[in-house]
Every structure is written in C-alpha cells, then in structure tokens.
Design a protein around this ligand. Structure first.
Ligand SMILES: [Zn+2]
Length: 80
C-alpha cells in the first residue's frame, strides 16, 4: 500500500539525481577542456614549437614581452 511520503521522497530523489547528473556533466566538460589544453600544450612542447627565448648577449632565458634582458639589460625582442 503506497504512502504519500514515499511519493514525495521519490520526486525529491529524482530532482537530486538530475542536479548530480548536471554536476557530473559539468565536471566532465571541465576535465576534458583542461585535459585537452594540457595535451595540446604538451604536443607543442614535444614538437619544439615552444622554445625558451634566450638573450643573445648573455644566453640566459628571457621573454620577448620585455624589450630588455632581465639579467644583463641587453636589447631583446624584434628590434634586437
Ligand atoms: Zn641578457
């Protein structure tokens, strides 16, 4: 013999189940997105497309975003 409380609990459980499903789906999307970025970054790294820019004057690693070498102050970047 069915009880009204049981029906309410079943409905509540179904809603919770849907929320959990959405959460799991979102987590899966995030994991796939982050994993894809990591894999593509690793691939570029292994192919050698990502190289450390080195200062032509002192040979230390530097960045092209900075017009001058952090270590010795020599001009680096496109103008150098
Ligand atoms: Zn330098």
């Amino acid at each position: 013999m069915p009880r009204p409380v049981s029906t309410g609990r079943v409905t509540g459980y179904d809603v919770m189940d849907q929320e959990a499903l959405v959460r799991v789906g979102l987590e899966l999307v995030i994991v796939i997105a982050v994993g894809g970025m990591l894999v593509s970054a690793l691939r570029r790294l292994l192919k050698g497309q990502v190289t450390v820019h080195r200062c032509p004057a002192c040979g230390r690693p530097t960045t092209r975003a900075n017009p001058r070498c952090r270590h010795c102050g020599a001009a680096v970047g496109p103008d150098a």
